[in-house]
Design a protein around this ligand. Structure first.
Ligand SMILES: *Cc1c(COP(=O)(O)O)cnc(C)c1O
Length: 387
């Protein structure tokens, strides 16, 4: 079932805005739970940076998922949304002191630590509070992901994590500290990954690291493999639900999990991308010698992915009744040449006043909106709000 648009209802709302189909979101969460419920030691944490809309968070909380945060602001937001602190994991290369204090005060499940200086600061702050911080180390597995260079994170050249060759040394350091408790390893190799081979390579790397640590007498309780599963941006209506079966099967088949261990996942995009669309109105259709531009009222301030990552989102005309097609560049009103949603795409003949839907916009869309050009932030509505 594809995202469903009640066009009459959508046409009554001031554009641009985000629209979320909660049926798609619920089906996505069901598909995840169907796979993970086959294992009593698999835990999925929603990577909340993808979308923090409170109504989206509510549906995800009801499905029983935990949370992956990358800032103190996110921790505050998800606690407010009713997620229990003991289901929160906290990653990030640059955690501020107040963010570490917040995590300790609230009793989050785990800090995913990315450097020795950070380890020392967490130990110091925890000591000052008379607490013990539960930690995993984020290891850079030097596994490449077949995705856009700006969203690959698991290569030695990336800023994330601790190098493999330093792993044993940092674990020994942590084991000597009074106010941290070392629990396991964390990985996250990138985003929008569709090649299962990339996840298989990660699983094999983790097997090697585990063997190496066990030979040194170090046991792990937690293995966290991060997120990164991609979605079908080309044909979201045909494939609204990502391939969770294959994704979880990779780890079941390739990762040698020890019986007492828990396996954690941090999925963001795969959970929320396909339930969301950015709805925008065509302001003008402008022609020059070589192009037709559909100038819309949404811009890169509402959805920055095309400008930032060269991302492609499927665009459909919700209201045109024309049977003939034409070729358009769909562009926003912002004073930047990169404010282009897509180039040379076929649309049914498009006119001023038509409503367009920019699909697969539920992840890294609304949350990345900015007020550049003094534009108001887009509002997010769910299908339930509009019922
Ligand atoms: C962004 C992020 C994720 C989620 O990535 P997706 O590609 O959206 O699944 C998971 N873990 C960490 C540490 C992240 O920074």
């Amino acid at each position: 079932m594809a995202i469903a648009f009640n066009v009459d209802r959508l046409a009554s709302i001031r554009t641009p805005f985000y629209f979320y189909d909660t049926n798609i979101l619920r089906q996505t969460l069901d598909a995840i739970n169907t796979e993970t419920q086959k294992h009593d030691n698999y835990f999925v944490h929603y990577a909340v940076k993808a979308n923090t809309n409170p109504k989206i968070l509510q549906v995800i909380r009801e499905a029983g998922l935990g949370i992956d945060c990358v800032s103190g602001g996110e921790i505050e937001q998800v606690l407010k949304a009713g997620f229990p602190a003991n289901k929160i994991v906290f990653a990030g290369v640059g955690k501020s002191d107040w963010e570490i204090e917040l995590g300790l005060d609230k009793g989050i499940l785990c800090f995913n630590v990315e450097s020795i200086p950070e380890l020392e600061v967490i130990n110091e702050i925890a000591a000052r509070k008379g607490k013990v911080a539960t930690i995993c180390f984020r290891i850079n597995p030097n596994v490449g992901a077949h995705t856009h260079a700006n969203i690959t994170t698991g290569l030695a050249e990336n800023k994330f994590g601790i190098d493999m060759q330093d792993m044993e040394h940092v674990i020994r350091l942590a084991q000597q500290m009074q106010n941290v408790q070392f629990k396991g390893l964390h990985f996250h190799i990138g985003s929008q990954i569709l090649e299962m081979d990339d996840f298989i390579a990660l699983a094999h790397r983790i097997n090697d690291l585990q063997d190496q640590l066990e030979a040194a007498g170090i046991q792990l309780d937690i293995i966290n493999v991060g997120g990164g599963l991609g979605v079908d941006y080309k044909d979201p209506q045909a494939n609204p639900i990502p391939n969770f079966k294959d994704f979880f099967a990779v780890y079941q088949q390739h990762l040698k999990l020890r019986p007492h261990q828990t396996l954690h996942f941090e999925l963001g995009r795969a959970i929320v991308a396909q339930c969301g669309a950015l709805i925008t109105k065509v302001l003008y259709v402008k022609e020059n010698a070589i192009k037709k531009f559909a100038i819309v009222d949404a811009g890169m301030t509402d959805l920055i992915r095309p400008a930032l990552y060269d991302a492609h989102h499927r665009i459909i005309n919700l209201t045109s009744t024309a049977t003939e097609e034409d070729t358009y560049d769909v562009v926003g009103p912002i004073c930047e040449s990169s404010d282009v949603f897509d180039k040379d795409i076929p649309l049914p003949k498009t006119h001023r006043g038509d409503l367009l839907a920019i699909l697969s916009a539920g992840a890294y869309g609304e949350i990345m909106a900015s007020g550049y050009n003094c534009r108001p932030l887009p509002v997010g509505y769910t299908s339930e709000d509009l019922a």
